[in-house]
Every structure is written in structure tokens, then in C-alpha cells.
Design a protein around this ligand. Structure first.
Ligand code: RUQ
Ligand code: CUA
Length: 763
């Protein structure tokens, strides 16, 4: 009896110690009750919860809408991993605040003017044989027709190209099955010549749509504008596109709306655009043989407009590469099935999705069976002659994505706020799930590739209304995660996305992404080439050339070299900094107070900031990433001297001795103790097969670097001590300790890494 009571007391004490005085550990039932959770909630939680240290199966790239950026998150955890800077300056990444990224943004200037935002809509991952290869990401800017190229080796934007003939775009970016071309389609028709005015009365004659095929040079990792071309199209508000694959490879498909060519004019008593642009029952699906178009351009059959090759409509018709097919009603988007045999188009004002057969389209073209010509002479294939089937799904069908299961597709229903699961081969509905609210795009895993991965679907809802804690009249968007691995869809999770309106997203198997963790020392990350102003340790210097001052410096825990930069007011200052770290995640940031510059300098990278020192004074500069225990001390001074300033004006005052011999002895003791820790860590590391772990080898090199700096400082503190200069002796001893601390820090990281990654003991 007594012993039971004692035991109970011990348990109680332990519980009080660990969980606080009031409660013992909660059971699952307790938590369910306390938080009002159902069994279904628990099941959903189990399907999304990703324990600390575990990673996601898929990585999603979402357009960041008006933020001009890309949002990257993991699936199924829905944890945001990065806001990737694309069209808009972004301070954390130094994007638009260092010289290298300013060059990238400059590629997107239009008519010599800076454009500092973008309306991103459709991201696309590069493909090989129609399958996501994880090498590059492309995304468009609808407002200012542009395409950006992002390299997935370092997740940085490398290039922005602006469309030479469009004034807006929408249907980009879409890639051909081997990323030969990146497709960008116009949205609102306008004259193709730049800075050319025609009144709206001449809309039908002078305004044009079009589609641009940007040539992608995979080896360079850049779009080659000189080898890119466009096809002129009627002023039909071309919308989204998709490239054919498998049997339909070599063709691309673009839907359109407002083929009424209505020009609005509510002010003049005419019905508004929305009425005029949806008056007809059908618009046109554009069918284009891009492979043949490329050959025609190579043969010189294009016309130069604004210096860019454009295949004109009459040539395209004459050469038989451009066809139209009616599509009902106010269509939006076109999606090619994974097998490349069918194209699916939804009409926003129709309850149907229309499934077109590529075989039937080809048969009609071959036999010359057309129902009419449009006003521009383009042959129109009859809807009946091209249709495989039509399926009634619900109100406001928009976009379609595919499952890993044969013939299974998912379509968003904007008005119904539902996802419809259906079979496009047999034309029947399989399941429906309500979402909240007004779904636009939807995305399945690699769901527009030749080999979709199934598993999850994300509904990109336009409105979140009351789903989240209110944050004022402007609401976040809502991405809802849905489990599609079973017959019935199951809603798992709501994720607010608070950065612009994400339009489309793509998700790739995480295992296909293999980004680096550091650059080769001295790399300009925006050109992928060695930076001409990179220096190694010991080569740091400041050069003056007239009123231009160039600083060649380095960053390594925990100092910036140089620590003092003196310039004259009016000088143009360029500070180039190379991060010498090899350890993963040892990024240093850099800024100079009040000069509006910032750089994010990841291991190995060289970045430069440039500014005119146009005001005299003292401006601290510092590292902006909390990189080490001595991060706050990673600092320096920019001294901007006034005109005519003379150093003799300063009265030198020697500081009084602050340290004693006892302080020095204490420092030596501290050094000896720290060395013991280092020795034991080194002993552990070298007793394992650490050389099999490249990350650890890098950390060891890094630590050895730090330790290698000790003898110099040691000689200095010993020399000062011999002269009984206790101030100097102490300060240099302290520097030895700083090197030790950094080495020990990396050493401990390496040790933990080895322990967690199954390193083996050497005999
Ligand atoms: S859009 S909600 Cu810009 Cu892709 Cu269809
Ligand atoms: Cu480097 Cu903080």
C-alpha cells in the first residue's frame, strides 16, 4: 500500500515537473475534446502533419499574382518554403538591391523604363519527354508581357525577357515536351508595332492577337530571343495554351474569348465589354503546328516586326499550319491529356467540358473538311468533326488536371465552388467535392505532364471569405489540399496564401529537385559565371580610380574585411563581397546604413552593391543575417569625409589600459578549455567515415580554415604579453578564442550530422 502511494507521488511529481503543475500528459481523446476535433479531422491531420525534421513528398511552385513573385511550398504539409523573387524587388534576397540582380530586372525594362512589379499567372517546370525534369521554372507577367527564367539549381531568377510585339499576355508560360520552346500568348489584342496608335474603329484591321514561341537554350539555361518567333493571330483575346505531347507533339492549342471582337464603350451608351464579349455561343480554339512554323521561320518566311520574326496569318493559312475550332461558351483554358490524344476545354458560361480528339482534328485537316473560314481566312473545323465527347459537370467549369489513374481528370467549377472528378475517355462524372469558395485553377501532382503522379490535389480558391481569422478587408487566398488517392476525394487542409492572387501552381516530386547548397567560391549567381570582382582571403583591398572607389572584400564568421572604408563625399562606391564560407546555410547579408543597398551573400557567392556617397558622415555597415554568436559584431564603418577635411585636425588620445595580467591569464585558461572541446569533437569526427559525407568534409574544411588563423593571433598575444602590453595581449587572445568558437560550432554541427546520418566508426 505504502509503496503504491509513493509511486503515485513520484509519478505526480514527474508530471508536475514536465507538464506544469495542473495537468498530466493529455491523451488523444483529451485533445479531441478540448479542440472540438472529429475522427475525420484526426485522419486529415495524420495525412498532412509532417513531423519535425521530415520533408514533403512534393514541392509546389505557385504564382504569386500581383506580388510578381513565386511562392514555394511543400505538399502535403503546406508549409511555405520560400518566396522567390522574380519580377519585383525583394530585399531578403538582395533582389533589386545588389548590382547582379539589378541586371536581371533590367532585362525586363520596357521602352527603357523600369517596371518594378509583375502580375504572375502560370508557372511551368521544364520537361524532358513530356515529364517534369526539375531543371528550370518559367513564369509569365500578364500586366507587362514578360517571361522569367528561374534556374532550379539555386532557385534564382536568371533572365527576364519582354515580349517584342504584345502589350499584355496571359497564356504563358507553357513548355513543349522537351522545352524546345516556352509559349506565351497575348491576352488583349493591340497593334503589334510598338508605340503605334490606331483608333478602336480600326480594331478588326489593325489590332492583333498572337502567340510567341520563345526558344529555350537548355545548355545556357536562357531564352534565346534571336531564335524566338511569333505567329500573328486574329484579335480574339487568346487565352491559355498547352503544348501537344506524344501523338500531338509538334502542335500547340490556344483557347480564346471575345472572338466577337467587341470594343466596349459603355460611356458612349454601348453595352459593356462583359456583354459584348460573351454574346456569341462559341469562340475559337486555335490549333497550330509549331514545328512546321519554326521551319517556315528558318526558311525566311517570317516578317520582322519590332525586329522580331512574326509569321503572318496569310502565310500561316497558306502553309496549312493554323486552324480554328469552335468552343462553347466563354471558354477558359485548354488542357492536353497525359497521353496527348485529347484536348479539354471548359466554357465558363456552359455546364459542359468539351473533349476534342486530336485524331479527329488531324483527319479533318488531312481531308480538307472545314465548315467555314473566319473573317481572316483561317479554316474552321466543325465542332462535331473534332469532338470526342462533351460532359456536363456543373456551373462555371474552368481548368482541368489529370490523375495517375488512366482517363481520370479533375475540373474546377468556379460558380458551383466544386471540384469534379470525371472520366474523359468514357465521358462520365465520378465524384464531386465542395471547396471554399470560387475555385479558379486546380493542380494535381505533375498533373499536366505525360505521367501525372496522383495523390494530392490543390484547389486554388479565389475567395476565402470567412475561413481564417479576419485581417481586414483584403483577404488572403485559400489553397485547399485534397486527398485524391481513393475513389472519394477528401478535403484535408486550408492554407491561407497572403501574397498576391496565386493563379496557377505546379507541383513536382521533391526527389527530382537537387539544388546546390553553396556556390563555387567567387560566383556571380545571376550569370552563373566567375565574378570578376571576387577575391580570396588575404586579397582584400580598396582601390581608387578618380572618384570611383572599389572595395574587394570578403565575409566569413564573424567579420567583414575590410572593416573601415574611407571615401570622400561625392565618390562612387562599389563594394564587392565574397562569402568564403563552405558550411551550408552560412549566409551573410550586407547593408550600408541609409544608402538603400542590400545583398544576400550565400556561401561562395560574390555580390556587389553600388551607390554614390553623396552625403558626408559616418555610416555603419553590417551583416544582416544572424550568422553566429558574434553576428552583431560583424560590422564596419563607411566614413564619408567632407570636402577639404584634414586628418591633422584630430587630437589623438591614448586610451587608458583596460586589462590586467590577471585578465590575460584568465583568457589563456578559457582558450585551453575550449581547445579541449575542439580536440574531443575532432577525435569523434576523425574516428568515423566522415569523408563519405561531402557536407561534413566541407564543414571540416571550414573549421580547419578558422583554426588555421590561430597561430598568427597567438604570436601577437604572446609578443604583447612579453612586453607587458596587457591590452593588446588580451585582445589578440580574445581573437584566438573567437576562431576557436567558430571552429567548435562547425565541428559540433558536423558531429550531429554524422550521428544523425548513420556514420560508421572506423576500426
Ligand atoms: S487564369 S482561373 Cu490567369 Cu490561368 Cu484561369
Ligand atoms: Cu554574418 Cu551575421
Amino acid at each position: 500500500m505504502k509503496s503504491v502511494a509513493l509511486k503515485a507521488t513520484a509519478v505526480f511529481l514527474a508530471a508536475a515537473f514536465w507538464a506544469g503543475p495542473s495537468m498530466a500528459a493529455e491523451s488523444l481523446q483529451d485533445v479531441m475534446k478540448r479542440r472540438g476535433l472529429s475522427q475525420q479531422d484526426l485522419l486529415s491531420a495524420a495525412k498532412t502533419y509532417t513531423p519535425s525534421g521530415k520533408r514533403d513528398e512534393f514541392v509546389a511552385f505557385s504564382s504569386g499574382g500581383q506580388s510578381g513573385q513565386v511562392i514555394i511550398y511543400g505538399i502535403p504539409s503546406m508549409r511555405i518554403l520560400k518566396y522567390l523573387a522574380v519580377f519585383t524587388p525583394e530585399p531578403w534576397q538582395g533582389y533589386g538591391y545588389d548590382e547582379e540582380s539589378k541586371e536581371v530586372l533590367k532585362g525586363g525594362w520596357i521602352d527603357g523604363k523600369e517596371i518594378s512589379w509583375g502580375d504572375t499567372h502560370h508557372p511551368a517546370v521544364s520537361e524532358t519527354n513530356g515529364q517534369y525534369d526539375g531543371q528550370f521554372l518559367f513564369i509569365n507577367d500578364k500586366a507587362n508581357p514578360r517571361i522569367a527564367v528561374i534556374d532550379l539549381r539555386d532557385f534564382e531568377t536568371k533572365q527576364i525577357v519582354s515580349n517584342p510585339i504584345f502589350k499584355s499576355d496571359h497564356g504563358g508560360a507553357f513548355v513543349t515536351p522537351n522545352t524546345e520552346y516556352v509559349i506565351e500568348t497575348v491576352q488583349y489584342a493591340a497593334p503589334l508595332e510598338n508605340r503605334k496608335f490606331y483608333p478602336l474603329e480600326e480594331f478588326n484591321e489593325k489590332y492583333r492577337g498572337g502567340i510567341t514561341y520563345w526558344k529555350f537554350d537548355r545548355k545556357e539555361g536562357r531564352i534565346d530571343a534571336a531564335k524566338s518567333f511569333s505567329v500573328e493571330l486574329p484579335p480574339y483575346s487568346q487565352d491559355l495554351s498547352d503544348a501537344g505531347k506524344g501523338p500531338s507533339d509538334g502542335w500547340s492549342f490556344t483557347n480564346s474569348f471575345c472572338s466577337e471582337r467587341y470594343v466596349g464603350g459603355i460611356e458612349q451608351g454601348r453595352p459593356p465589354f462583359e456583354a459584348g464579349c460573351s454574346a456569341k455561343d462559341t469562340d475559337y480554339l486555335h490549333v497550330i503546328n509549331w514545328k512546321k512554323a519554326a521551319t517556315l521561320v528558318a526558311q525566311g518566311k517570317a516578317k520582322k516586326i519590332n525586329g522580331h520574326d512574326v509569321l503572318m496569318m496569310d502565310t500561316a493559312v497558306k502553309e496549312g499550319i493554323l486552324f480554328l475550332i469552335p468552343e462553347p461558351k466563354s471558354p477558359h483554358g485548354v488542357d492536353v491529356t497525359p497521353d496527348g490524344k485529347f484536348l479539354i476545354v471548359s466554357g465558363k458560361l456552359d455546364t459542359h467540358v468539351s473533349v476534342y480528339s486530336f485524331d479527329k482534328i488531324q483527319a479533318a485537316i488531312k481531308s480538307g473538311k472545314f465548315e467555314s473560314k473566319d473573317p481572316y481566312g483561317i479554316p474552321v473545323i466543325g465542332l462535331k468533326d473534332a469532338l470526342h465527347t462533351q460532359v456536363s459537370l456543373g456551373l462555371g467549369p474552368l481548368h482541368t488536371q489529370f490523375d495517375s489513374k488512366q482517363c481520370v481528370a479533375y475540373t474546377s467549377l468556379y460558380v458551383d465552388s466544386q471540384v469534379a472528378k470525371w472520366n474523359f475517355c468514357e465521358g462520365k462524372v465520378l465524384d464531386k467535392l465542395s471547396v471554399h469558395y470560387n475555385i479558379g485553377h486546380l493542380m494535381t501532382m505533375e498533373g499536366d505532364a505525360a505521367d501525372p503522379k496522383g495523390r494530392y490535389l490543390v484547389a486554388l480558391n479565389k475567395l476565402s471569405i470567412d475561413r481564417f481569422n479576419p485581417v481586414g478587408p483584403l483577404h488572403p487566398q485559400n489553397h485547399q489540399l485534397i486527398d485524391i488517392s481513393n475513389d472519394k476525394m477528401q478535403l484535408l487542409y486550408d492554407m491561407p496564401l497572403p501574397l498576391g492572387e496565386p493563379h496557377y501552381a505546379v507541383a513536382i516530386e521533391a526527389s527530382k529537385l537537387k539544388p546546390g547548397v553553396r556556390y563555387k567560391v567567387g560566383t556571380n549567381s545571376r550569370t552563373d559565371k566567375p565574378h570578376p570582382s571576387a577575391v580570396r582571403a588575404g586579397e582584400e583591398r580598396i582601390e581608387r580610380n578618380g572618384n570611383k572607389v572599389s572595395v574587394y572584400g570578403t565575409l566569413i564568421r564573424s567579420h567583414i574585411t575590410p572593416e573601415i572604408i574611407e571615401v570622400n563625399v561625392g565618390d562612387e562606391v562599389t563594394i564587392n563581397l565574397t562569402n568564403l564560407e563552405r558550411a551550408q546555410d552560412e549566409t551573410h547579408g550586407f547593408t550600408v546604413s541609409t544608402y538603400n543597398v542590400h545583398a544576400s551573400v550565400e556561401p561562395g557567392k560574390t555580390s556587389s552593391v553600388k551607390f554614390k556617397a553623396d552625403k558626408e558622415g559616418v555610416y555603419p555597415y553590417y551583416c544582416t543575417e544572424f550568422c553566429s554568436a558574434l553576428h552583431l559584431e560583424m560590422q564596419g564603418y563607411l566614413l564619408v569625409k567632407p570636402k577639404g577635411w584634414k586628418p591633422s585636425a584630430v587630437k589623438k588620445e591614448t586610451a587608458k589600459a583596460a586589462y590586467t595580467e590577471a585578465d590575460y591569464r584568465a583568457s589563456l585558461k578559457k582558450i585551453a578549455d575550449t581547445q579541449a572541446v575542439i580536440d574531443s569533437v575532432v577525435g569523434f569526427i576523425t574516428s568515423t567515415n566522415y569523408k563519405d559525407f561531402p557536407d561534413v568534409v566541407n564543414m571540416v574544411e571550414d573549421a580547419t580554415d578558422q583554426l588555421g588563423k590561430i597561430p598568427d593571433s597567438k604570436a601577437k598575444h604572446e609578443a604583447a604579453a612579453a612586453k607587458k602590453d596587457w591590452d593588446q595581449a588580451n585582445l589578440w587572445a580574445e581573437q584566438v578564442y573567437q576562431y576557436q568558437v567558430k571552429a567548435a560550432d562547425i565541428g559540433l554541427r558536423a558531429k550531429t550530422y554524422l550521428e544523425q546520418n548513420g556514420a560508421k566508426k572506423l576500426k
